[in-house]
Design a protein around this ligand. Structure first.
Ligand code: ADP
Ligand code: ADP
Length: 225
């Protein structure tokens, strides 16, 4: 079954006011397990809106969001929060790592919050960090790491609880091209190994071309790119 299915997603902000804006007008998207999909669009087209709806951080004005076969329409906050915690990982343009904690602790925390033991959380965190080549930075705080290293740790944190779906909003937008390339390669390798599905918004068309598929957000709908 698909990891993510969006059907007829509409989103209108400030409905009925002079400032009303229809950002999404019937967006459809299906992502199968293991598929890495690029999302491209000009700034302001609604990429963040779409990612927030797909990740259950926001609700659509109309349409259906299904995660791993579960229709999330009309589900209460508790259920949505549980599905988001268990099945969805997020990465943003800026890493949002907790500054007072080490890389290792940043990757352990979401696992501890989900009930993992310290030993289990630590072992998984170290495994993830070594997969993306930052195991030597395990005891460093974010401020003592490079931008590329910080972003790799952010990916590890997003994958800490083994979500089925990764949603990323310009994850390499803040990095120089060579570093972006390295971080992207590390992510792809990790995704391939774990069968993770991902929707990755990017302005970088070179990276988009290396994903399995590319969709463009255009006038509120998704079209193949
Ligand atoms: P992108 O991520 O592609 O840059 P966004 O999803 O952030 O686009 O925004 C799409 C449009 O919706 C923009 O015009 C933005 O100003 C507007 N928008 C986003 N969030 C809100 C909000 N909470 N209230 C009103 N308008 C919003
Ligand atoms: P920007 O696009 O300005 O860089 P971010 O990409 O950092 O902003 O996105 C921050 C957004 O994350 C906020 O608009 C907020 O809606 C959303 N958000 C809310 N709750 C959470 C959460 N629990 N985890 C991740 N993101 C969240």
């Amino acid at each position: 079954e698909p990891v993510l299915r969006l059907s007829g997603i509409e989103k209108t902000y400030n409905a009925g006011k002079p400032s009303e804006i229809r950002v999404l007008r019937g967006a459809d998207l299906t992502i199968e397990p293991g598929e890495i999909v690029a999302l491209v669009a000009p700034s302001g087209a609604g990429k963040s809106t779409l990612l927030h709806i797909a990740g259950l951080l926001d609700t659509p004005s109309a349409g259906i969001v299904e995660i791993a076969g579960q229709d999330m329409t009309g589900r209460g906050d508790r259920r949505r929060t549980r599905v988001r915690r268990e099945d969805v990982g997020f990465v943003y343009q800026f890493h949002h790592l907790l500054p007072e904690f080490s890389a290792l602790e940043n990757v352990m925390l979401p696992q501890l919050a989900n009930g993992a033991t310290r030993a289990t959380a630590k072992a998984r965190a170290l495994e993830l960090l070594s997969h993306v080549g930052v195991e030597e930075r395990a005891s460093h705080r974010p401020a003592d790491m490079s931008g590329g290293e910080q972003q790799r740790v952010a990916f590890c944190r997003a994958l800490a609880n083994a979500p089925r779906l990764l949603l990323a909003d310009e994850p390499t937008g803040n990095l120089d091209p060579a570093t972006a390339d390295q971080v992207f390669a590390a992510l792809m390798a990790l995704a391939r190994e774990t069968g993770l599905a991902a929707l990755i918004a990017t302005h970088n068309l070179e990276l988009a071309a290396r994903m399995d598929r590319c969709v463009r957000l255009e006038a509120g709908v998704l079209v193949p790119a």
